[in-house]
Design a protein around this ligand. Structure first.
Ligand code: DOR
Ligand code: ZN
Length: 344
């Protein structure tokens, strides 16, 4: 097969930032993707419906001329979140999910949740109205090894939380372990997971062997090879509970290549070429559409996109090693192998 036509894909987990960075990275997504779930971890975070509406306007204003792209907004869950505001933002069609960051788990998560009893009212409202909770699934207890934080979160936080909130729809974001894959597979229709492009490509050796590679550092951190293989088998399985959320997370090089580098891989530019290569390696090109274009809308209760994109296989694809952001260069994720599929 040298041509592949898919419904236009969506990205169910994306960081666009704000200001000059937003303007620089948005075209990298809107070029190929029709919609994206927009992460609310700005500084300060997007907590209220009014803040989400204002952020949505800034995104729409930053779109390139003629772009066809719909930002799907989210609210950042805090211990002070007002369930009535969440309900109103959902009913008006403004928001498609609420994001849970355990406090301290990752970039700009300081306003996240420490005491889950304080968000019970919001979670119950969300269960009632069918609004999904997107979860950054890592515990923050310093005593828990960073490579175990996803599994411990499932056992100690997510499973009890779901049990206490029947009907709550949950997306486990950016799963990185075979434990996450197994948990989601067994979780029934109210549970799904996004999988990033980079976690299908790198394991922790890529991050650490032969020198530390800051552009492969993200959270949740890449795990052992057995976990990467489990993610590849989940993503390429076609199962409706797994779909693409790139977690494309731009940081300028100065913030990555430093003594304490930020977490995040910037994959918006070459994600589709990488995914086609990965799905071809797994002999699953016919299931790329399910992963990138069908399963996400299915879970979120939205129609799949009518427009199509075509990928063509040929000579290695040229893509920029960096994009300029106004605040400095942002390095594009390097999969470490040549890409042959280009979006035509
Ligand atoms: O690698 C990551 N980068 N993981 C996250 O959870 C946050 C993100 C960011 O905002 O940079
Ligand atoms: Zn993220």
């Amino acid at each position: 097969m040298s041509t592949l036509t898919l419904r236009r894909p969506d990205d169910w987990h994306l960081h666009l930032r704000d200001g000059a960075m937003l303007k620089a990275v948005l075209p990298e997504t809107s070029r190929h993707f029709a919609r994206a779930i927009i992460m609310p971890n700005l500084v300060p975070p997007v907590v209220t419906g009014a803040e989400a509406a204002a952020y949505r306007d800034r995104i729409l204003a930053a779109l390139p001329e003629g772009a066809d792209f719909e930002p799907l907004m989210t609210l950042y869950l805090t211990e002070d979140t007002d369930p009535a505001d969440v309900r109103a933002a959902h009913e008006s069609g403004l928001i498609k999910a609420v994001k849970l960051y355990p406090a301290g788990a990752t970039t700009n998560s300081a306003s996240g949740v420490k005491d889950f009893d304080l968000v019970r009212g919001t979670l119950e409202t969300m269960a009632e109205i069918g609004l999904p909770l997107c979860v950054h699934g890592e515990v923050t207890d310093p005593a828990v090894d960073i490579f175990d934080r996803e599994k411990v979160f499932i056992d100690q936080v997510l499973a009890p939380l779901r049990e206490a909130t029947p009907g709550l729809r949950v997306v486990m974001e950016h799963i990185t372990t075979r434990d996450g894959v197994a948990y989601v597979r067994a979780g029934g229709p109210d549970l799904a997971a996004t999988i990033t492009t980079h976690h299908l490509v790198i394991n922790r050796n890529n991050l650490l062997v032969g020198g530390i590679r800051p552009h492969y550092y993200c959270l949740p951190v890449a795990k052992r090879e057995i976990h990467r293989l489990a993610l590849r088998s989940a993503a390429t399985s076609g199962e409706s509970c797994f779909f693409l959320g790139t977690d494309s997370a731009p940081h300028v090089d100065a913030a990555k290549e430093t003594g304490c580098g930020c977490a995040g891989c910037f994959t918006a530019t070459n994600t589709l070429s990488i995914l086609a290569e990965v799905f071809e390696q797994e002999d699953a090109l016919d299931r790329l559409e399910a992963f990138a274009s069908l399963n996400g809308p299915g879970f979120y209760g939205l129609p799949p996109n009518e427009a199509r994109i075509t990928l063509q296989k040929g000579e290695p694809v040229d893509y920029p090693a960096k994009i300029e952001s106004g605040d400095g260069p942002v390095t594009v994720f390097d999969p470490g192998f040549p890409l042959h599929w280009r979006v035509s």
